[in-house]
Design a binder for this molecule. Structure first.
Ligand code: SF4
Length: 351
């Protein structure tokens, strides 16, 4: 995609309404015109100023002189038999970014990328294999979501999960700008409780997010039951160990009154053992949380195996007996490489 075709002009999708209103006053236009622009972008899905037919040609020309607004370019699109749709967008600098729409019976969730590549190199994730190239701008993040909204009209877009390529909290300012525009009534108007940020555990940013005054859902990629087991799969544990991460999570819960979800990958003979159950029950004692168990989705570069259904069910039962609420996430879109970073990685290998 050329998510933004024009590098000279800032993409209008990352601009707050109050700033656009101020701009309009500065050029002798009425402030309510800025709301009309927002309406075109966020409610009607306009991807060009010429679509904004209730604005005068003069105002459209002024907008073009100051901002860019371009449709995304799709480098690849895959539709799974289970309804999951995966898009690979091509940026102006030829970087690739992937976005996934996951429909349910009545609604759709979009899984959004926040960076081109990832620095954190978790040992089960395709996104980290090629390293990190750059952060996505707020406008690029919003463009992923607006495109998904346009493509999911049969299942209205209701939930946003920041679980695509990249570590969202490593791109904090752009993430928060995008979230405020997703949340704003004049933007997408999606409640903060329907927005989930998934992090590998960047503690200072978890604590910062707790002070934003937004009830954003927090998901922690845990994938280990103590520091020893976690550091095998997640190099980030060296910098931000579990012993500091769990108290930060407790602080987030206290500040936001939201339950935290711990994402936990199920890898045969690695993460599901009686020892894991014992350690996890101590870790989560008294905490409002749940576990989302993710069967390992094979990536050719890693040598892990997915446990059998029976092994996974046994693990869930043991967790429940230990007082931990856990559910196994149904894998979606496996036939279209829907796990984090897979399509992007395959595309890079092919080129
Ligand atoms: S799981 Fe998340 S943090 Fe880890 S490498 Fe993948 S994208 Fe990065």
């Amino acid at each position: 995609m050329t998510i933004s075709t024009d590098t000279l002009h800032p993409d209008i999708r990352g601009v707050f309404l109050k700033d656009l209103e101020e701009d309009f006053r500065g050029i002798g236009e009425k402030a309510f015109r800025a709301r009309q622009v927002f309406d075109w972008i966020y409610k009607k899905g306009a991807t060009g100023f010429d679509a904004m037919t209730n604005l005068s040609p003069e105002l459209r020309a002024k907008l073009k002189a100051k901002y860019s607004l371009a449709p995304p370019q799709v480098a690849a699109e895959h539709h799974s038999v289970d309804g999951t749709k995966k898009f690979l967008f091509s940026m102006t600098d030829r970087e690739k970014v992937e976005t996934v729409i996951i429909p349910s019976k009545t609604r759709a969730t979009v899984c959004v990328s926040t960076q081109a590549g990832c620095k954190f190199g978790c040992k089960f994730c395709a996104s980290g294999i090629g390293g990190w190239t750059r952060n996505l701008t707020a406008a690029e993040i919003l463009t992923e979501i607006l495109y998904a909204k346009a493509k999911s009209n049969l299942h209205p877009l209701s939930h946003i999960v920041f679980m695509g390529t990249g570590e969202p909290l490593d791109n904090y300012d752009n993430l928060m700008r995008a979230i405020r525009l997703i949340n704003a009534p004049e933007g997408l108007g999606i409640a903060a409780r329907r927005i989930t940020v998934s992090t590998c555990g960047v503690i200072p940013k978890i604590l910062q997010m707790a002070t934003e005054g937004l009830q954003i859902e927090l998901a922690i990629s845990l994938h280990g039951y103590n520091d020893e087991s976690r550091k095998v799969l997640m190099p980030v544990n060296k910098k931000y160990p579990m012993s500091d991460l769990i108290p930060a999570c407790r602080e987030y819960i206290k500040a936001t009154k939201r339950q935290i979800t711990f994402e936990y990958i199920l890898i045969k003979d690695v993460t599901c053992s009686p020892e894991a159950v014992r350690e996890l029950s101590l870790l989560f004692k008294g905490m409002i949380c749940k576990m989302n168990l993710i069967p390992y989705n094979p990536v050719s570069e890693f040598d892990h195996k997915t446990p059998s259904r029976e092994e996974m069910n046994d693990f869930v039962e043991s967790l429940e007996r230990a007082g931990i609420h856990a559910t196994i996430r149904t894998p979606r879109g496996r036939d279209v490489s829907a796990a984090c970073g897979q399509l992007r990685h395959e595309h890079q290998n092919a080129n």
